[in-house]
Write a protein that binds this ligand. Structure first.
Ligand SMILES: [Zn+2]
Length: 367
């Protein structure tokens, strides 16, 4: 893997990840861009302890551009995009409309008032383009390309965790207009947060309680239990296991764990990295086959999904286990699950599909 760092016209970093170690990446960004001044603020909800990012500057961002104006396609035929090169393998760049950015310290007084805690929205938001081919999706990638994406996620996890003020690095992909994706080009995002995210705080609290009660690690016990009684196991590799969680919140939700607990992507070994693309691509392809109607061979619309990497925060996260949570908001052909009163109002999920039935379905649609 070859990594080439460069800068866009407005000073944002752009990094090429190439499979070919001799790739030359010297195309300049010729657009007349001005350096933006994104200002955001993080505020702590005193009632729940959750941090919320207030990013009121983002309303002007690119929204469903036509395919020939896609900002994530390579620059070709005089049409200049976010990527100056005429082609690329995997590319990562700083989001032009970030929720969090290297801050010039506006907003957030650092006031000691516990009811109004805030700080500048310091951090970073990056875009990860998985391929130059606008029409593909992650599930269409080769194993080698999926591995290159894994290497890019790993590189960014290490680099962003080292930035001042960053507490947690979150790599994820939103796929499908139903999820709210505004650019069709296959891509994911990385957020470097200046706080530990609410879901991770809850997991660490549960893991700490489990350690106090049993002397053991919660996630190691959880994975061992699922593997011992494989009713909810979807894929079992030598180094990774995918299973539907016991209390799944989403109609189809699958968690992919390395069999050896590590806290983040940077700690995976070569054999673990090598096996990941096989299992992950198979899982995504199965998700795409979940909602094929009787008599059809392909789904009417691709399955919308969210793929979320859970990694330990930069401090105090020793009990966490690196894993990927993949889920769709589609519950059956043509029907979506919306987060309504009980979920949005109370964080109390009602799932219409039993986790055991979901696991069975995900085993049946194997390639
Ligand atoms: Zn595109």
């Amino acid at each position: 893997m070859q990594k080439t760092m460069t800068r866009l016209a407005d000073g944002r970093e752009l990094i090429y990840f190439d499979a070919d170690d001799s790739a030359v990446r010297d195309a300049p960004d010729l657009r007349p861009l001005e350096r933006g001044a994104p200002l955001s603020e993080v505020r702590r909800d005193p009632a729940t302890g959750d941090w919320v990012t207030i990013a009121a500057h983002r309303q002007g961002r690119t929204y469903h551009p036509p395919a020939d104006e896609c900002p994530l396609c390579p620059s070709r035929d005089g049409r200049l995009s976010e990527i100056p090169a005429a082609d690329y393998d995997v590319v990562v760049f700083e989001n032009r409309f970030p929720s969090l950015a290297r801050s010039t310290a506006t907003g957030g007084s650092g006031s000691p008032d516990p009811l109004h805690l805030s700080s500048p929205g310091t951090g970073r938001c990056e875009v990860v383009c998985f391929t130059a081919d606008h029409g593909l999706s992650f599930a269409d990638l080769t194993e080698a390309r999926a591995r290159l994406v894994l290497d890019a996620w790993t590189d960014r996890t290490a680099a962003l965790a080292a930035l001042p003020g960053v507490r947690q690095v979150f790599c994820f992909e939103n796929r499908g207009t139903e999820i709210g994706v505004t650019l069709a080009h296959p891509h994911g995002q990385i957020y470097a947060f200046p706080f530990t995210t609410p879901r991770t705080v809850k997991m660490l609290t549960a893991a700490t309680a489990h350690r106090a009660r049993t002397g053991r690690n919660l996630f190691e016990d959880l994975l061992a239990a699922e593997r011992a009684d494989p009713e909810r196991v979807v894929l079992a590799g030598e180094h990774w296991t995918a299973f539907v969680p016991y209390a799944a919140r989403w109609p189809y939700e699958c968690h992919l764990y390395p069999n050896r607990r590590v806290t983040d992507l940077t700690r995976l070994t070569e054999p673990e990295r090598a096996e990941f693309p096989l299992l992950y691509l198979e899982l995504l392809r199965r998700f795409d086959r979940l909602f094929i109607q009787r008599g059809q061979t392909a789904p009417v619309a691709p399955t919308p999904y969210i793929a979320a990497w859970h990694q330990a925060p930069t401090r105090g996260g020793d009990e966490l286990a690196l894993h990927l949570e993949l889920f769709t908001i589609r519950r059956t052909v043509g029907r979506l699950k919306f987060l309504a009163g009980v979920e949005s109002g109370m964080d109390a999920f009602v799932n219409d599909v039993s986790p055991e039935a979901a696991a069975q379905h995900l085993r049946e649609v194997a390639t």
